[in-house]
Write a new protein. Structure first.
Length: 117
């Protein structure tokens, strides 16, 4: 499966952005789609994930209540709605996919999110 992420940009603290991840190729209903991020000088970290089949979601504690992951099966697209943005949300955001029970081994290119204070 090929993934392409876009929608990053510049936002002010308290603002919002919406990221998109378009999936193509051999996407399967058994896939789990995820968003990760990597801030400058830090390790890449998990942000959110959603199961392609039933839409079950999970979130990192740092974004819970502010970010929402969703998917549109008809468009093969996963979204990350980011509200109440904080400067510490500044990072390159990556979408990824894995088969249920496996590791994330499909990655899209990153999209930069910058939150100004």
């Amino acid at each position: 499966v090929q993934l392409q992420a876009f929608g990053g940009g510049l936002a002010q603290a308290g603002g919002f952005l919406r990221l998109f991840c378009a999936a193509s190729g051999r996407a399967s209903s058994s896939y789990v789609m995820g968003w990760f991020r990597q801030a400058p000088g830090k390790e890449r970290e998990f942000v959110a994930a959603i199961t392609w089949s039933v839409g079950a979601t999970s979130y990192a504690d740092s974004v819970k209540g502010r970010f929402t992951i969703s998917r549109d099966i008809t468009r093969n697209t996963v979204y990350l709605q980011m509200n109440s943005l904080k400067p510490e949300d500044t990072a390159v955001y990556y979408c990824a996919a894995r088969v249920a029970g496996g590791g994330f081994n499909y990655w899209g290119q990153g999209t930069l999110v910058t939150v100004s204070s």
